[in-house]
Design a protein around this ligand. Structure first.
Ligand code: FAD
Length: 414
């Protein structure tokens, strides 16, 4: 791609995946774009730090190969995606139970026999709901009435026992809330994407996704270390006092940063999470599988070096454990290590804390009725995008950026 020099038509504030997707689509349409990013790297919530040979995503997360936006705009092969097993391990008071996708891992699906994970009646409800979510096109799921996920599960005849053993602990890690009050439309879309796609991580960390997007932009498009302080008649004023002129501005900052730039912008409350990383001398679970605590002391834990060996230096294992809330108070790590000893059934005394990442604005709270997409048009020449304008996911953030680009292009034509 050629370099961006001189004036630009559109300024994008924020180089998270929403801003980058917007910039990608505008550039593809021949528009001159500049992206101003406050921090020292692209990716926003999808960044990876490298410390002592460990790769530490800034909060454990995964990508899904069935996300339409990932398929559309990413070179998936170049990401060298490493899959998780199509199953989760549930740590229950009766020991570990495996919830596996019987169509993809039939030999792991023995725990789906009636009586092990759930009763015959609950399993029938689960099979019916799963079949419906698999076969209904996304447009149908998006049009369905919106209620809480808890109500949707009850309506699907899934009893309390299965909700408490599987859905509540597992989905708490997806929604970052444990009351299952998140939009049922979002839940059904997530359930469908899990059944159709594969959960994975780029070999060298989640940051590979935004880095690939940024690399596809013309050189000089993204300016790092350039916080925008306020928008002006002529464009935007940076924290260093220079004005970057542009007739149209797309604000792709996170929700609280966006409210500081756009008057009257309505943003939802957010969910928070903390991911703890531990180095273990040996892998405590010999498979790339999410371990979920049905007692809900942790959201989930995973041996990341089983997913991709590049996450840890040779001879060490990296364990990522997420808990609700942005709280890394003193003492929390030691308490967590005791829980991990129980969950993995191993001595964790020699595990070393590597880092803790509290993320205050990790996801929007998607309480029903939750519109799955919102216009990006804010005021004359001002646009807004980000996951909180669609769904709290990589797919949602990219789709929101794509919508902003479509609306900008339509307005530029007028
Ligand atoms: C811990 C965690 C786990 C997650 N798990 C998953 C998962 O498993 N699957 C999934 O699909 N999604 C997951 N997500 C959600 C997904 O990462 C986000 O939805 C997505 O990255 C949001 O992208 P965004 O571009 O909307 O916002 P952001 O990534 O927040 O980007 C906003 C950017 O704007 C910049 N900025 C802010 N203010 C200014 C300013 N004044 N001037 C210039 N720049 C500014 C910020 O520095 C940032 O780079 C997770 C998120 C977190 C945090």
């Amino acid at each position: 791609m050629g370099a961006v020099e001189g004036g630009v038509d559109v300024l994008v504030v924020g180089a998270g995946v929403a801003g980058l997707a917007c910039a990608q689509d505008l550039v593809a349409a021949g528009v001159r774009v500049r992206v101003l990013e406050a921090s020292d790297g692209v990716g926003g919530r999808m960044r990876t730090d490298v410390r002592d040979g460990f790769r530490l995503d800034r909060g454990f997360q995964v990508v899904n190969t069935s996300y339409p936006q990932m398929k559309r705009r990413m070179d998936l092969r170049a990401l060298r995606l490493r899959p998780f097993t199509p199953a989760v391990l549930l740590a229950t008071p009766r020991g570990r139970v495996r919830f596996a996708d019987p169509t993809r891992a039939p030999r792991q699906a023995a725990d789906l026999l009636p009586g092990r994970l759930a009763s015959m009646r609950d399993l029938a409800g689960l099979v019916l709901m799963t079949g419906r979510d698999l076969l209904t096109p996304p447009s149908g799921l998006k049009r369905a009435p919106d209620r809480t996920t808890r109500t949707a599960l009850a309506d699907a005849a899934i009893g309390e026992e299965l909700v408490e053993t599987l859905f509540r602990p597992f989905l708490s890690g997806v929604f970052l809330e444990e009351e299952l009050e998140t939009s049922s439309r979002f839940f059904h879309l997530v359930w469908r994407s899990m059944l159709r796609g594969t959960l994975c991580l780029p070999e060298e960390g989640v940051a590979a996704v935004p880095e690939q997007m940024a690399a596809a932009l013309p050189e000089g498009t993204v300016r790092l270390g350039t916080p925008v302080e306020r928008l002006t008649e002529a464009g935007a004023l940076t924290a260093y006092g220079d004005e970057v002129p542009a007739s149209l501005v797309v604000v792709a900052a996170g929700p609280s940063a966006a409210t500081a730039l756009l008057h009257g912008l309505d943003v939802p409350p957010t969910r928070s999470v903390t991911t703890y990383y531990h180095a273990a001398p040996a892998s405590p679970l010999g498979e790339p599988t999410l371990l979920v605590d049905t007692a809900r002391r942790v959201l989930n834990t995973v041996v990341l070096s089983e997913v991709s060996p590049a996450y840890a230096p040779r001879g060490r294992s990296l364990v990522a454990t997420s808990v609700l809330g942005a709280d890394d108070r003193p003492g929390a790590e030691a308490e967590l290590r005791a829980v991990l000893a129980e969950l993995y059934g191993t001595d964790t005394d020699r595990w070393e804390p590597v880092a803790a990442y509290p993320v205050a604005e990790a996801l929007p709270a998607m309480v029903p009725p939750w519109p799955l997409t919102r216009t990006s048009r804010h005021s004359l020449g001002r646009y807004v995008c980000g996951d909180y304008r669609a769904t709290g996911s990589v797919q949602g953030a990219m789709a929101s950026g794509a919508r902003a680009a479509r609306e900008v292009l339509a307005d530029l034509r007028v």
